[in-house]
Design a protein around this ligand. Structure first.
Ligand code: GDP
Length: 295
């Protein structure tokens, strides 16, 4: 994960090792390389610049710390700043509804259906929830089939209405079905498009208003870099969602989306997807991710 970024940061910080103390000159040189590494990872210019300014201020303010060598101190400062950039604290999901309704939003191909299954499986096996999966993609019959296959695989009921073309109605009926059948958690998988269009946005917004979910999770493919961030912004402006799910972090992703989404939409990354299997889901811990990047 983020191998290129890790290598480049490692090289940048290596320069400081062997220096006796931190000076403005060697800090500036190192941070120039750190900034380059961030830009290469598809972090936008402004965020990369602000990042290095903050690290610089802290580094120069901590000259007196003699217990650590400069190299270690800088690694720590950069690591802390990476964790902060990715969200600081870990954010949980709100499971207090009766039933809890979780709405999944995102573009087609982002990994929404796969993640809906993963989350259902996670809540069932780790949180002991009775989950109902809902197929509200009325345009692609294949999407409902895919959800049904997933549901069978993990032993979770899938609610769908093949003849009904109204996703708002399907979602509402599904919630009533959940209540009548002892399910305390409803995960609604919605339709996506290849790009943002008005019809899609109106539809997801209507579903959102009608079901008033405890959690709206925006799913995005981490491989799409800055596009992921722009899409997140558009969905957040519309839905004021609660958290982000970053998928495909097992691929050759550069890291820009993971590093910048929080600072752009001010919403936490809550989960990551790290593979196609149902078990490939992790709660997102900014600090652990920073540790991995600068391992
Ligand atoms: P949707 O259109 O948003 O519902 O996307 P899908 O759930 O159908 O996923 C699109 C493709 O991405 C499928 O081939 C999935 O197997 C794959 N996929 C989803 N999540 C991950 C992930 O975390 N890692 C990898 N490698 N592939 C994923």
């Amino acid at each position: 994960m983020f191998n290129n970024l890790s290598d480049k940061l490692d090289k940048a910080l290596h320069v400081l090792k062997g220096h006796g103390k931190i000076t403005e000159v060697n800090v500036a040189e190192t941070l120039k390389e750190v900034r380059r590494a961030l830009l290469d990872a598809d972090v936008n210019f402004k965020i990369a610049k602000e990042f290095t300014v903050r690290v610089k201020e802290k580094a120069l303010g901590q000259n007196v710390l003699t217990t650590l060598n400069p190299g270690q101190l800088m690694v720590k400062l950069v690591k802390d700043e990476l964790a902060e950039l990715m969200g600081g604290e870990t954010a949980g999901v709100n499971l207090t509804g009766t039933p809890t309704v979780i709405l999944m939003a995102g573009l087609q191909g982002s990994g929404k259906t796969t993640f809906s299954g993963k989350l259902a499986n996670y809540l069932k096996t780790k949180k002991n929830k009775q989950v109902l999966l809902v197929g509200a993609d009325v345009y692609r019959p294949a999407a409902i089939n895919q959800l049904q296959v997933v549901g069978e695989q993990i032993g979770i009921e899938v609610y769908a209405e093949v003849e009904n073309k109204n996703p708002v109605e399907i979602a509402q009926n599904a919630i009533a079905h959940a209540k009548a059948n002892g399910k305390n958690t409803v995960i609604i998988d919605t339709a996506g498009r290849l790009a943002i269009d008005e019809a899609l946005m109106t539809e997801i917004s209507n579903i959102h208003k009608a079901v008033n979910p405890q959690e709206t999770l925006f799913v995005v493919d981490s491989m799409t870099g800055q596009d992921a961030v722009n899409t997140a912004k558009a969905f957040n402006d519309l839905l004021n969602f609660d958290g982000v799910v970053l998928t495909k972090l097992d691929g050759d992703t550069r890291g820009g989306a993971a590093l910048t989404i929080k600072s752009v939409v001010n919403k936490p990354i809550k989960f990551i997807g790290t593979g196609e299997k149902m078990e490939a889901i992790d709660v997102f811990y900014p600090e652990r991710m920073a540790d991995r990047i600068l391992g």
